[in-house]
Design a protein around this ligand. Structure first.
Ligand code: ATP
Ligand code: MG
Length: 420
């Protein structure tokens, strides 16, 4: 038997309604904030991610699904959504349209990681991007959207942590301080951290190795090195979050895993997701678009991991809504009635009522069993006598009560039942 590749999952029909719920809440919440959907390609030129996400990030260093296509181009399955949106924004000249530019996306993303609970090789994200606004209002808007999304999912125990990682200007001094702190301890740290030390020491604060984490916990904090502008920006973000009643804690250990961030960074974390506690992460990335060859366009955004959200929702017993079941199963008792059942099913669907009927020429008993399995609300039984009366015996599958309903009135009858 052929099995699915490591780190991938099948989304079975039993679970699909949960995904539909997540996606619907994401789309509705984003629309409520005036964000419109964008869809970009699943694969892009490798260079986009190398330049956009940054070559000191874990993603570009070791997690990308990169291959040569038949035309010898280096292609990469998108490991995240931001770089593709930025490319599409520039390529389609969207800076000339209404600003700020506000979009959201629902995507699958691909990273070659060690699979574990909440960490897959193909996973799904809901993300949002806001371009063109450099002030703190944009940061607060993005964070408020993320907060509203999680609240609308019914989650209560997800906590917001925010930090500022400054701008390239003030970060230079901070990098020096970090290097001075880490230099005498570098021997004890992992190989990745040794590389990060030279290339981007702040990334050492985001290491997942226990020992590195311990060493990093006493490192100097970026908050103590912010320049006046960055500090004022961060203060205003906090004020606006207070104003919007979005609760948060300032957590200096949050630096985010991608190279393009500046100033505000944030994560929503939950204990219920186990070791992979971050369900949503984001921040400001004012240099990303210029790295892709445009003039500077300030930007802020976030992405949420849908698989992790699903785990947290299950753990918190959050409601997913109900799977919509077939309203009426039409049961034909014999050959002639089967044909009538088929016809009535067609008519019901045209009237906007969901209906199923027998496709396997099964016995009455087997048909009832099937109707029960699919959770049909009603079964309309049609036999010889019903055919001559022109009415079906409609059984309510919950109460087992039944009544005769004229074939002609069946759709109206079923629609009337919806409010019950
Ligand atoms: P982590 O530190 O857990 O590796 P990250 O910083 O790499 O996360 P981002 O690139 O910010 O993650 O992606 C945003 C969100 O997408 C994460 O907060 C997480 O919920 C989800 N996510 C990231 N990688 C995976 C993965 N391999 N499997 C499932 N979800 C993921
Ligand atoms: Mg990661």
């Amino acid at each position: 038997m052929i099995v699915r590749p490591k780190g991938t999952k099948d989304m079975l029909p039993e679970e699909a309604y949960k995904w539909q719920f997540l996606e619907r809440i994401a789309a509705e919440t984003a629309s409520g904030f005036g964000f419109r959907e964008i869809r970009t390609p699943v694969f892009e030129h490798t260079e986009l991610f190398a330049r956009g996400v940054g070559d000191t990030s874990d993603i570009v260093n070791k997690e990308m699904y990169t291959f040569l296509d038949k035309g010898n181009r280096s292609i990469t399955l998108r490991p995240e959504g931001t770089a593709g949106v930025a490319r599409a924004f520039l390529e389609n000249g969207l800076a000339g349209g209404a600003m700020p530019f506000k979009v959201y996306y629902l995507i699958s993303a691909f990273r070659y990681e060690r699979p574990q609970a909440g960490r897959l090789r193909e996973f799904h994200q809901f993300g949002a991007e806001l371009y063109g606004a450099e002030g703190a209002y944009a940061d607060a808007e993005a964070i408020s959207l993320a907060d509203a999304f999680l609240k609308n999912l019914g989650l209560k125990k997800v906590a917001l942590r925010i930090n500022s990682i400054g701008c390239p200007h003030c970060r230079a001094k901070y990098h020096e301080a970090l290097k001075a702190y880490f230099a005498p301890r570098l021997d004890e740290m992992c190989a990745d951290c040794k590389t990060r030390f030279d290339k981007n020491p702040m990334r050492m604060l985001d290491c997942k190795e226990e020992n590195c984490k311990k060493i990093a916990s006493d490192a100097p904090r970026m908050l103590d090195y912010l320049c006046d502008d960055c500090r004022a920006h961060f203060d205003q973000v906090k004020n606006l979050l207070d104003l919007a009643s979005v609760p948060y804690t300032v957590d200096p250990s949050i630096v985010r895993g991608l190279d393009y961030y500046s100033r505000t960074v944030f994560e929503f974390v939950s204990d219920a997701a186990g070791a992979q506690g971050t369900v949503l992460g984001g921040g400001r990335y004012d240099t990303l678009l210029s790295q892709l060859g445009s003039k500077e366009v300030p930007a802020v955004g976030f992405a949420a991991g849908m698989e992790r959200l699903l785990m947290v929702m299950n753990a918190e017993n959050a409601p997913f809504g109900k799977e919509i079941a077939t309203e009426c199963y039409l049961l034909g008792m014999d050959e002639k009635s089967r044909e009538k059942a088929f016809l009535l099913a067609t008519e019901l669907r045209r009237a906007g009522v969901s209906a199923e009927t027998d496709l396997m020429e099964r016995s009455v008993k087997a048909q009832f069993k099937y109707a029960d399995k699919i959770g049909a609300h009603c079964v309309a039984v049609i036999g010889e006598s019903e055919l001559s009366e022109g009415a079906a015996e409609v059984k309510d599958m919950k109460t087992s009560a039944s009544e005769k309903v004229n074939f002609k009135e069946l759709a109206q009858y079923l629609i009337g039942r919806r409010s019950l």
